[in-house]
Design a protein around this ligand. Structure first.
Ligand SMILES: [Cu+2]
Length: 483
């Protein structure tokens, strides 16, 4: 038993005790009166997803048991046509209720797949048919939206994730290869001394640093033992085989429940063309990309540096624990090479437009985030505007109004914030203005500020939350509703 195992076991017992004391485990019942989809569908659906235990062989030394879709983790890449309605059967071969969320789609609460919004669950050992109209076009993804709390075998800690690519009919298609690469952490464990790998988000002013810091000791957080891209650890499985002169389109997804990540392809620069599946106004070549949990990036890569290279995490210990894949040019026989990319801070605003074509916001909603340190053996709690979930009637939208959300991050972590069933436009990151970047998730830098605008055009409940599962489960969420 190594040190990490000890931490894992000790932390688990302590964490379970903490969870029993947490007032946030109690859920409000929002199911009353919700329309339910038929549970015994007739005929074949366009897609079916079977939720069941799977084995994932990251490499011969790391064979994991988790829950996946259709016998694999990640699940299949689902391709759908924008605006063409589809049916999806979800079959739940587990003993707990499940929710399949379609991240980045503009769809009604009945199919959005969250307990908080009142979407119908897929019952244990049961099934449910969903009907949805995919959109907008671009790289979306599907994943479990079950609460996990202190159970590291539930929700996004499991292998229940996969890409869904919505074809808008105008993809250029001038690529020699199209790859879907999901970045993952595995074997989560509770830890009291978390390395903050995700704090590499800015060197700007710490606009939201509190004058008086809370110096209480932090509670337990979640770390990981092993990592992968899709279902393989670096060096295991097939390399990505390329030829000189090819152009690749890579769809990246950070499907981690736990961490934001920086990724690079040694020997190459990548041209970012879309963020969260939405084309950016100004594509840019970068040495590395930064993906908050839940975010996607589409990048073009020109293969013009023959060799055998590593595409993976820029952090050596993470890469060496599996987060990477070998990219091999035809006819090369060297060892895979890694080269650290130049240090650069991630800056969304370089992909923005020079001038705005959006209407100005009519109303502003302030959202300040705080962490209440849990102390030894317990979990931290997260507050939005000083209060825990559910913020019953705090965030009420009027249909048709354009809102500005001001995110004030008064914590020492970078949080990937996500609003369901809506897309927002980045307006400001740490005081730096931008326009034209459409996203569904944004990383608000530690002690920093992000400002986004969106038009309230999706009536129904909409869940807002941090995409780090533990943060969401312990208070970092709020429900938006329409008047
Ligand atoms: Cu968070």
């Amino acid at each position: 038993m190594n040190r990490r195992d000890v931490l894992k076991l000790g932390g688990l017992a302590l964490a379970q005790a903490a969870a029993r004391r947490s007032p946030l485990t109690a859920q409000t019942d929002v199911h009353a009166g919700m329309p339910m989809a038929p549970t015994a569908p007739e005929g074949r659906a366009d897609y079916s997803l079977r939720i069941a235990p799977v084995t994932v062989e990251l490499d011969p030394a790391h064979i994991l048991s988790t829950i996946g879709y259709n016998g694999t983790a990640p699940g299949p890449v689902l391709r759908m046509k924008e605006g063409k309605p589809v049916t999806v059967d979800v079959i739940n071969d587990t003993d707990t209720p499940e929710y399949v969320h379609w991240h980045g789609m503009l769809i009604p609460v009945e199919v959005d797949g969250t307990e908080e919004e009142g979407s119908p669950m897929v019952p244990p050992r049961g099934r449910r048919r969903f009907e949805l109209t995919p959109g907008p076009a671009g790289s979306r993804w599907y994943h479990s939206h079950a609460m996990a709390m202190d159970d590291l075998h539930k929700g996004t800690y499991t292998g229940q994730f996969g890409f869904v690519y919505v074809d808008g009919g105008n993809d250029s298609g001038h690529y020699d290869q199209e790859l879907f690469l999901a970045v993952r952490d595995w074997e989560p464990f509770f830890t009291a001394n978390m390395d903050d790998d995700d704090d590499d988000t800015h060197d700007g002013p710490l606009l939201e640093m509190p004058a008086k810091m809370n110096t209480e000791p932090d509670g337990l957080e979640v770390g990981s033992m092993t990592y992968s891209i899709n279902d393989k650890a670096l060096g295991s499985g097939d390399p990505i085989r390329v030829r000189e002169g090819q152009r690749l389109l890579i769809h990246f997804l950070n499907a981690s429940a736990i961490e934001n990540r920086r990724i690079a392809l040694a020997g190459h620069r990548m041209k970012v063309i879309a963020l969260d599946g939405n084309p950016v106004p100004t594509p840019q070549l970068v040495d590395s990309i930064f993906l908050g949990a839940g975010e996607r990036i589409d990048a073009e890569v020109e293969m013009k540096n023959p060799g055998i290279w590593v595409l993976g995490s820029t952090e050596k210990p993470i890469r060496e624990s599996g987060l990477g894949v070998v990219v091999e040019y035809a006819g090369q026989h060297t060892q895979p090479q890694w080269v650290d990319p130049p240090k650069a801070r991630w800056d969304y605003t370089i992909f923005g437009a020079a001038s705005s074509s959006s209407p100005p916001p009519q109303q502003t909603i302030e959202m300040a985030f705080e962490k209440i340190p849990g102390g030894m053996g317990k979990f931290n709690l997260w507050l939005v505007n000083g209060k825990p979930y559910p913020h019953e009637r705090e965030f009420v939208l009027e249909k048709g109004v354009r809102y500005r959300l001001v995110f004030r991050n008064r914590t020492d972590d970078a949080h990937p914030l996500h609003l369901h069933r809506h897309l927002w436009e980045l307006a400001e990151i740490n005081g730096k203005k931008t326009t034209g970047i459409i996203k569904d998730t944004v990383v608000v830098p530690y002690y920093g500020r992000a400002v986004v605008d969106f038009t309230a055009n999706q009536p129904g409940l909409a869940l807002f939350h941090c995409h780090i599962q533990q943060h969401m489960d312990y208070g970092f969420k709020a429900l938006f509703r329409y008047a």
